[in-house]
Design a protein. Structure first.
Length: 129
């Protein structure tokens, strides 16, 4: 698997929800929505989606914009070409390479098991699918 894909999965996606959010933005690059809107569109709970959106923002994949006099935070794909290229590589690995897809899922499952064993699960062990 491409090293950039591996790094994205380990550092940014970190769980199945993070992967879902990344794949959503790759499939919908013009999406511009709140956390609750992204949660609805990815069929996830808002409290599951918010950490993924934060990680993607912190790592330069999403922009966070304030709307409604600061009452709303909306998320949009970063205009940085490398952000788009990385999301395309992730999507290609996940959707078009069965071996890479298995490896991605295995990485995420192992991380989840490790968090559970060490008690480091965010949100007190909330589900990520």
């Amino acid at each position: 698997m491409d090293e950039r894909v591996r790094n994205f999965i380990e550092e940014t996606a970190q769980d199945l929800v993070g992967l879902d959010v990344a794949l959503f933005y790759q499939a919908n690059p013009r999406a511009f929505d709140t956390a609750s809107g992204i949660a609805l569109r990815t069929h996830r709970a808002v409290d599951e989606v918010e950490p993924a959106l934060s990680r993607m923002s912190e790592n330069g994949f999403l922009e966070v914009l304030s709307r409604g006099d600061g009452r709303y935070r909306v998320y949009a794909l970063s205009p940085a070409p490398e952000a788009w290229r990385t999301l395309c590589r992730v999507s290609e690995a996940y959707h078009e390479d069965p071996e890479a897809r298995r490896e991605i899922i295995l990485m995420l499952v192992q991380r989840r098991l490790q968090e559970r064993m060490t008690g480091d699960a965010p949100g007190g062990g909330g589900g990520d699918g």
